[in-house]
Design a protein around this ligand. Structure first.
Ligand SMILES: C[S@@+](CC[C@H](N)C(=O)[O-])C[C@H]1O[C@@H](n2cnc3c(N)ncnc32)[C@H](O)[C@@H]1O
Length: 249
């Protein structure tokens, strides 16, 4: 099992080091507004896959009767329990062998996790397995085909070709690096696994220190709100959100 783990967050204070010590208010707001646009209104059993300390829990707690936060990292899950108490049940494990039964969940989200996944198809097949027919998966994918990555490639500052469908494996996060995906590559996987894509959003379109300085977070968040839908057809942003449904049988 452990050879499949790409990035181990045990002992890493993701909340503090990634979200609080650095100005990522815009990115956080961008994730939240996308999730609000995509999540079903009511669900019975719901899971946040690779949910960490439950950063996004306030977006789904009121919509689901039973909420699980699933993650590999026990220290992240401990923090989630400290914050949300009985409102959530935490489950630890590896995404490639989810501790849920077949057809158990009405909905799930998986945000900022795909860049850790060496075996995308296997992970997607697991998500499909645990969803009920008719259930919904909101998946955020780390996009390799963004404008800055195109510019870096064309000006020869990066060897990673954003135009080909091959998975990009960038520098070390731990041992294995981190992965970015061509939208076509993941969309083919979704289809092969059996999902139907219902909606796509382009998210974190203005993720740039320069733009933050120029416009300020509040204005960028407003621009982001309009851009998520408009830029979706060209899969513009570093994060692409998919609303996928497991068809009724
Ligand atoms: C960048 S964090 C994202 C947390 C949360 N989804 C969010 O958006 O704030 C990635 C999370 O994925 C978890 N993770 C990475 N690989 C995993 C795997 N193979 N199985 C389960 N969880 C994994 C990490 O432990 C970490 O908590």
């Amino acid at each position: 099992m452990s050879e499949k783990i790409v990035s181990d967050y045990n002992g890493y204070d993701y909340k503090k080091e990634f979200w609080e010590n650095v100005d990522r208010e815009y990115e956080d707001q961008a994730d939240r507004m996308a999730i609000r646009k995509l999540l079903p209104k009511r669900m019975d059993k719901f899971a946040d896959i690779g949910g960490g300390y439950g950063r996004l829990a306030n977006e789904y707690l009121k919509k689901a009767h039973k909420v699980y936060i699933f993650d590999y990292s026990k220290s992240e899950l401990k923090q989630a329990k400290e914050i949300y108490g009985d409102k959530v049940e935490t489950k630890a494990g590896d995404i490639y062998e989810l501790p849920f039964k077949d057809n158990e969940l009405d909905g799930l989200i998986m945000v900022r996790v795909t860049h850790h996944l060496k075996y995308m198809k296997k992970a997607m097949a697991e998500l499909y397995r645990v969803l009920k027919p008719g259930g919904v998966a909101i998946i955020e994918v780390a996009n390799k085909r963004t404008l800055p990555k195109m510019v870096r490639f064309v000006t020869r500052r990066s060897k990673v070709n954003p135009f080909d469908k091959k998975v990009a494996n960038y520098k070390d996060i731990s041992k294995d690096g981190f992965y970015n995906y061509h939208p076509k590559y993941v969309e083919e996987i979704f289809e092969k696994v059996g999902f139907k894509t219902e909606k796509v959003l382009s998210v974190s379109n203005f993720r740039s220190k320069r733009l933050k300085k120029l416009f300020g977070t509040e204005k960028l968040v407003r621009m982001e709100n309009g851009a998520q839908q408009i830029l979706a057809p060209i899969r513009f942003a570093p994060s692409i959100y998919y609303k996928l449904r497991k068809p009724e049988q």
